[in-house]
Design a protein around this ligand. Structure first.
Ligand code: PLP
Length: 373
C-alpha cells in the first residue's frame, strides 16, 4: 500500500474525481485540431494584454477594480460580492462554511451539475438527492420532506446538463420552505443567456439566498478561472473566513475587469444573441433527425437531446468522435438514458457537426437500427 493510500482520509482512496470534459479528453496541443463542443465553452477567444507592474506584490484579497466592475454589472453592493476561482470555488466554500464534516448534508436535484456532489464528498458532507420532475422542474413535495435535514440546497437555473430554467415560483417556494434552516444556492452559470430570469435581485428579500456566477461561459473566459458568489454581506463575510488569502491573482483581476467593462459587456451581449440563434437552429435540426427521440428545452449555450436507444447514442457520439468533434455523453446521469449534450460552438463548427452526422447516417449499416437488447 502506498504511503498516500495508507494515510489519506479513507473515503478519498476510492473516490473518483470530477470527470470534467477536459479530463476526459485532455487537450494538450489539440485545441486547434479538434472541435470542442463538450464543455459549454464559448467558441472564440478575446484578446487581452496584461501589465506586470506590481506582479512582485501580493494582490488585494478581493481586487477593488474587479469587485467594482462586478458591482456595476450586477447592480449589487460591493459587500454582497465575493470573487472566487471560478464558480466551482464558490460551491466548495459554501459547503466548507456551512456543513460540519461527517454531520451535515447538502441537497441536490439530479440530473444536475457534478461539482456539488464532488465538493460535498471531498469535505465529508452527506448528499441528499431530490430528483427533478419529468419536465426538469423542482419536486416541491420532495424538497419539503428534507427541511431540517440539510444545510445547503443547490438549485441550478438554467440547469446543466438539462438546459431549462426552474420556474421562479418554485424557487420562491424553496426559499420559503428552507428560510430558517438552509442556505439556498441558485447556480446561474448560464444566466447571461436569459438575463431576465436572474434571481439576484431577490437577495434583499431572502437572506438565505446565494447566487453563483461565472466568467467561464458567456464571457468566454473558462481558462481564466473567475467566478462570483453573490449574497447578503453576512454570508459574504462568513465565506471570506474560509477562502484562500489571495484567491484572485493580479493578471486574472486585470483581464476579468476588462471583460466586465462596457465594451466587454457589449461583446457578451452579441455573443449571447448569436449563441441563442444557433442553439434554436440546432435544436430544430436535431428534432428532425431519425435517430433523435427528443430535444430538451434550453435557455443556455448547449442542447441536450435523447436518442432512441444506446446504439443510436453511440452512433452519434462515435461518428462525431471519428471526425474529432467532441460532445458530452450524459447518459450515466440520473434519468438521462441515451442522452447527449452539444455545446453551441461557432456556426462553422455546428455546420461541420450536422454534415458529419448527415453523412454518417447515410452510410449507416442497417444493424444499428435494431432495438437495443
Ligand atoms: C460551468 C459551470 C460551473 C463552474 O464554472 P467555473 O466558473 O468555470 O468554475 C458552475 N456551475 C455550473 C452549472 C456550470 O455549468
Amino acid at each position: 500500500m502506498s504511503i498516500a493510500n495508507k494515510l489519506a482520509r479513507t473515503e478519498l482512496v476510492d473516490m473518483i474525481p470530477y470527470q470534467s470534459a477536459r479530463r476526459l479528453c485532455s487537450g494538450g496541443n489539440e485545441f486547434h485540431s479538434k472541435v470542442w463542443l463538450n464543455a459549454n465553452e464559448a467558441a472564440g477567444n478575446g484578446d487581452y494584454q496584461i501589465n506586470s507592474d506590481c506582479i512582485n506584490r501580493y494582490p488585494d484579497f478581493q481586487p477593488e477594480n474587479l469587485i467594482n466592475a462586478y458591482s456595476q454589472y450586477s447592480g449589487l453592493a460591493t459587500n454582497e460580492i465575493l470573487a472566487t476561482r471560478g464558480a466551482d470555488e464558490g460551491i466548495e466554500l459554501l459547503i466548507r462554511t456551512f456543513c460540519q464534516a461527517y454531520q451535515d448534508n447538502i441537497l441536490i436535484c439530479p440530473p444536475t451539475y457534478g461539482m456539488y456532489a464532488i465538493s460535498a464528498q471531498n469535505h465529508g458532507a452527506g448528499i441528499i438527492k431530490v430528483p427533478l420532475t419529468d419536465n426538469c422542474q423542482l419536486d416541491l413535495e420532495g424538497l419539503r420532506a428534507q427541511v431540517g435535514r440539510v444545510k445547503v440546497v443547490f438549485l441550478c437555473s438554467p440547469g446543466n446538463p438539462t438546459g431549462n430554467l426552474l420556474s421562479q415560483s418554485s424557487i420562491k417556494a424553496a426559499l420559503d420552505m428552507f428560510a430558517d434552516s438552509a442556505i439556498v444556492v441558485v447556480d446561474e452559470a448560464y444566466i447571461e443567456f436569459c438575463p431576465k430570469h436572474s434571481v439576484a435581485t431577490w437577495l434583499k428579500q431572502y437572506p438565505q439566498l446565494v447566487v453563483l456566477r461565472t466568467l467561464s461561459k458567456a464571457f468566454a473566459l473558462a481558462g481564466l478561472r473567475c467566478g462570483f458568489t453573490l449574497a447578503n454581506s453576512d454570508i459574504i463575510t462568513m465565506l471570506s473566513k474560509v477562502i484562500a488569502p489571495y484567491p484572485i491573482s493580479a493578471p486574472v483581476a486585470e483581464i476579468a475587469s476588462k471583460a466586465l467593462s462596457s465594451e466587454g459587456i457589449t461583446e457578451v451581449n452579441a455573443r449571447v444573441q448569436t449563441t441563442n440563434v444557433l442553439r434554436e437552429k440546432l435544436a430544430d435540426w436535431l428534432s428532425t433527425q431519425p435517430w433523435c427521440q427528443s430535444v430538451f428545452t434550453s435557455d443556455a449555450n448547449f442542447v441536450l437531446f435523447r436518442t432512441h436507444n444506446t446504439n443510436e447514442k453511440n452512433f452519434v457520439f462515435e461518428s462525431l468522435a471519428e471526425q474529432d468533434i467532441l460532445i458530452r455523453d450524459q447518459s450515466k446521469q440520473m434519468s438521462l438514458e441515451h442522452c447527449l449534450r452539444i455545446s453551441i460552438g461557432s456556426e462553422d463548427e455546428l455546420d461541420n457537426l450536422k454534415q458529419t452526422l448527415i453523412k454518417a447516417n447515410e452510410n449507416k449499416p442497417a444493424q444499428t437500427l435494431e432495438k437495443e437488447n
